[in-house]
Design a protein around this ligand. Structure first.
Ligand code: XMP
Length: 217
């Protein structure tokens, strides 16, 4: 039914209205493998939105909070988030103790930790890019579940993926940020996810948009 690479589709559901979020999540769920929500939706509606999306779609929900604090604060954020979500995204630049604090909470709850390496936006080349390989090495050493790496720079995506070799990759940048899907599919495999947000939820027909991407994958 779908393309040959079988890379998974993660919907970035950054709308700020509960009804709209649930409607789009339900409408697109046939073509979506995982749903990522972040501050826009959770600050607008509360953490219970996670349970509501899970109930209405049966999909895993990953919280993109890009947690970046000292270990004891990271631990509290992870505890609250992972009482609802299936996984949490944290920043790697805060260091291995901060990431480990989240991993400890996640392991006890059988949930996933995904570490940001190089981000997909232009500003990521100013600072983050210089240490992205080091963060990928840390992710590999700590045996985190997944890493975030950019679809806007497929050559960097390939390099970072080759370092954190046992982690799955979730990769934003296709669609609104201009990343090219076929270039990205040459790098990713069936354990990995392409993240797409605005190009789906801002489309007048989100279901068709999700289908359009999924059948190419
Ligand atoms: P769009 O609308 O651009 O949404 O398709 C992309 C989604 O991914 C998030 N994003 C990132 N998350 N590292 C991350 O952890 C990144 O480099 C990155 N770039 C984009 C963005 O917040 C949105 O939810």
């Amino acid at each position: 039914m779908y393309g040959e690479s079988l890379v998974k589709l993660m919907l970035a559901l950054d709308v700020m209205d509960e009804k709209k979020a649930i409607l789009i999540a339900k409408e697109t769920s046939e073509y979506v493998d995982s749903i990522k929500i972040g501050y826009p939706l959770v600050l607008a509606t509360g953490l219970n939105i996670i349970d509501k999306i899970k109930e209405s779609t049966n999909k895993e929900v990953i919280c993109d909070f890009k947690v970046a604090d000292i270990p004891s604060t990271n631990e509290k954020i992870a505890e609250l988030t992972l009482n609802h979500a299936d996984g949490i995204i944290c920043q790697g630049f805060v260091g291995s103790d901060s990431v480990s604090a989240i991993l400890n909470v996640a392991r006890a709850k059988n949930k996933k930790v995904i570490v940001v390496t190089e981000m997909s936006h232009p500003g990521a080349t100013e600072y983050l890019q210089n240490v992205a390989e080091d963060m990928a090495k840390m992710a590999d050493r700590l045996k985190v579940d997944g890493i975030v790496a950019p679809s806007t720079r497929p050559e960097r995506l390939k390099e970072i993926k080759s370092i954190a070799k046992d982690a799955f990759v979730i990769s934003p940048g296709v669609g609104a940020q201009g990343g090219n899907l076929s270039d990205v599919l040459n790098v990713l495999n069936e354990n990995d996810y392409v993240i797409i947000g605005r190009a789906i939820y801002e489309n007048e027909n989100p279901k068709n948009a999700a289908k359009k991407y999924k059948i190419q994958m």
